[in-house]
Design a protein around this ligand. Structure first.
Ligand SMILES: [Ca+2]
Ligand SMILES: [Ca+2]
Length: 273
């Protein structure tokens, strides 16, 4: 009966087709959230799908990193960052201590490739931080002490307006989700149910072309905007048609079903291309 229930739920998820993604130009394109976060986080998951047009490989100023999803700067107490770092040419997940601007971070040597979609996630259960790429564990930090500062602005693809190091993202992004608890790889593989408990925000970028608002499908209407203003501006990411192969929810569901049935799987094997 349990498996049947999962099958029915999965079929419901599979109805949601993906038509659009956001393309960031690497010159300062961002999604910016003018409002404060709806909740203060004492645990979290941040996850997104990204494809890189550039990998940061050298310690050269503004291009030494690429921000994916973050709140605040990496000097703010109560920040979090999911970014691509030059020093290992891979991903890091960072939390800033609320008591002092100290980063706890998890990083990896996993070699990123251009022109390939990745599911990237950072989780924090109140004690331990985990970094996942395509659902595969990439590292852990035990004993982090962190609480978010909900007044810090959130952005996708950019460090923060007015901060010297912008770390602009050059690539494509879709399916960003923020949770108030640490999700497991199996849960992440099942995709995002906008009605799920503990969802803080979920953005799939399916608004019409020309729409400036980046709509939160979760419970709090935690909406963002393209670029630095609510109008057309140079920092607006481009809304473009969803290309193939992007791991759409319907594809992920098949693999989560296999996981529920006890059949081993990995995110990497989900990508046939
Ligand atoms: Ca989309
Ligand atoms: Ca704008």
């Amino acid at each position: 009966m349990f498996k049947v229930a999962i099958l029915v739920m999965s079929l419901l998820y599979a109805v949601a087709a993906d038509a659009a993604i956001l393309d960031f130009d690497g010159q300062g394109d961002m999604v910016y959230f003018p409002s404060a976060a709806p909740v203060q986080l004492t645990a979290m998951t941040v996850e997104c799908l990204v494809k890189f047009d550039r990998i940061s490989t050298t310690n050269t100023g503004n291009t030494r990193a690429q921000e994916l999803v973050n709140i605040g700067t990496d000097r703010d107490a109560g920040h979090f960052h999911l970014r691509q770092d030059w020093n290992n040419q891979s991903i890091s997940f960072r939390l800033g201590n609320v008591d002092s601007p100290i980063d706890y971070f998890v990083t990896t040597d996993y070699a990123l490739e251009l022109d390939r979609w990745y599911h990237i996630a950072g989780t924090y259960d109140g004690t331990d931080m985990h970094l996942y790429i395509d659902g595969n564990p990439m590292g852990v930090y035990n004993g982090a002490v962190w609480t978010s500062d909900p007044t810090l602005p959130m952005s996708f693809g950019y460090h923060l307006i007015g901060y010297p190091w912008e770390y602009p993202f050059d690539g494509q992004m879709d399916f960003v989700a923020l949770w108030d608890h640490a999700r497991t790889p199996e849960q992440m593989a099942a995709g995002v149910d906008p009605n799920a408990a503990g969802l803080v925000g979920y953005w799939d970028f399916e608004e019409p072309l020309g729409e400036q608002t980046v709509t939160d499908l979760g419970p709090y209407a935690y909406n963002g905007q393209l670029g630095t203003t609510a109008f057309v501006d140079p920092a607006d990411p481009a809304r473009i048609a969803s290309p193939s192969p992007i791991p759409e929810p319907s594809t992920l569901v098949i693999w989560s079903l296999l996981g529920a049935l006890g059949i081993a799987y990995s995110w990497r094997r989900r990508r046939a291309a």
